[in-house]
Ligand binder design. Structure first.
Ligand code: AMP
Ligand code: MG
Length: 432
């Protein structure tokens, strides 16, 4: 596969250097991430309230896991030697349920035991109940089954998963259900997390109307406000929604200054191109600084990055698909870094067979809307949407990912192509 990222250097193509080579996606991402500063403010919260938050301090286990040798199954705890010395029948001397501690196991007997119950001292195996037959006040185990029973069967040993004092979750981890379950399992009631990142969003454009309001001639509904809010909420951000800002210099300046005062990051859609009706770009330049990056990709060129005072600013083109793609590839890792996640970066694609042909090579790396399809035999292939229009939001609801088409390549059916599942791109999304 052609390496289109090598074609561009890690060099910035600012507004002043319109003739400069476009940035590769990798170079743009690296530059953006280098400018991201993690917020420092943290808070201690009940672990119950930490879903989606980012750990500011590691979680250290307060206990061995398991805390003691215990049974992995419902069955009978016994000594292998006692079973082999018997005629296949052992009396039951005690019953141990989860949450109880039994007595040491009397020689020549078995203990009825349940999953998670502590193993009685002296027992060295647990025989699952399915292979035992209750008989009188004891149990019978067939000789053929008995021959296969080994010391240690169905026993979870103390500390076999982890030891008291060991780190179970690193700082910088986003807390999903599995992390919260583990934190609880080692006894953490409170967690140190970063405070929520505050992100201000605005959608610029005179043509924008909110759904529910009457649509006049030449007007369109404001999709980006919904995209922004949902994408940011999925990342656990506090959204400061400044709504629609008219194509007017004063209104744009006022909205952006207000946004920068309240937020850790300001994001805008529309108005960042170089037309005279693009007011976001000159307003950010007036309030701080702005670079318009010509990223060698489609959709998504140009991407605006700057500062309003000290507050970082990311501006994306107004077309909703451009907003979506630039958000997923660039803004999301930037936000994750600000939230304290150290591993944030470009997603890694899956290489899967193309279910389509491309005979005419693309000039910029193309992120086309694509579907991972699995046929009746379980074979996977990547299909692409019939249109590459960056205004067509229906392409995104048809798709379950993006296919990355490198510059200058042609593709035949069955060729490996780089697929980015939405599950990797959209927070909280799974493949439909
Ligand atoms: P702009 O980047 O402002 O030149 O806008 C590019 C295209 O995206 C235009 O066709 C706009 O009408 C459209 N657009 C801009 N903002 C939005 C929005 N919030 N929702 C839907 N489409 C938009
Ligand atoms: Mg506009």
């Amino acid at each position: 596969m052609a390496n289109d990222c090598e074609a561009s250097q890690a060099r910035q193509a600012g507004t002043s250097s319109a003739a400069a080579k476009p940035l590769s996606v990798e170079a743009a991402s690296a530059q953006l991430l280098a400018a991201a500063r993690a917020i420092e403010d943290r808070e201690q919260l009940p672990a119950m309230d930490c879903l989606g938050r980012v750990l500011a301090e590691p979680v250290i286990s307060g206990t061995d896991l398991p805390g003691w040798d215990n049974s992995a199954m419902d069955g009978y705890a016994l000594r292998v030697a006692d079973l082999h010395a018997s005629d296949g029948w052992l009396p039951i001397s005690q019953r141990i349920t989860a949450g109880q501690c039994g007595a040491p196991l009397a020689p020549g007997t078995a203990a009825r035991i349940f999953t998670g119950a502590p193993l009685p001292e002296g027992a060295d195996t647990v025989v699952v109940q399915e292979v035992c037959t209750p008989e009188r006040d004891g149990l019978r185990i067939d000789a053929k089954i008995s021959a296969d029973i080994r010391t240690g069967d169905n026993i979870r040993r103390r500390g076999e998963e982890l030891q008291a004092g060991s780190q179970v979750l690193a700082a910088g981890t986003r807390l999903g259900p599995q992390h919260l379950g583990l934190a609880a399992g080692v006894g953490a009631a409170q967690l140190q997390v970063y405070r929520r990142l505050r992100v201000a969003v605005l959608a610029s454009g005179d043509e924008l109307v909110m759904p529910g309001d009457p649509l006049g001639p030449g007007q369109i509904y404001n999709s980006n406000r919904f995209l922004f809010r949902a994408l940011l909420q999925g990342l656990g951000c506090e959204v400061i929604d400044l709504g629609i800002v008219k194509d007017d210099r004063e209104a744009t300046l006022a909205a952006l200054s207000q946004a920068a005062e309240q937020a850790d990051l300001v994001m805008a859609s529309g108005g960042v191109s170089v037309g005279e009706e693009d007011h976001v770009r000159p307003a950010v330049e007036q309030l701080g600084s702005l670079d318009l990056w010509r990223v060698a990709m489609k959709p998504g060129k140009p991407l605006a990055f700057g500062r309003i005072g000290e507050t970082p600013f990311i501006g994306s083109p107004g077309n909703p698909v451009s907003l979506f793609v630039t958000f997923c590839l660039f803004a999301r890792p930037f936000i994750e870094r600000m939230q304290g996640i150290s591993a944030a970066g470009l997603p890694t694609p899956l290489m899967l067979p193309a279910g389509f042909e491309l005979t005419k090579p693309v000039k910029r790396r193309d992120y086309q809307r694509a579907r991972l399809e699995i046929d009746a035999t379980g074979k996977a292939s990547v299909q692409r949407f019939h249109s590459t229009s960056s205004a067509a939001l229906s392409s995104l609801t048809w798709a379950n990912g993006l296919v990355m088409i490198p510059i200058g390549e042609t593709i035949a059916i069955g060729d490996p192509v780089a697929f980015l599942p939405f599950a990797e791109l959209i927070p909280g999304c799974t493949l439909p």
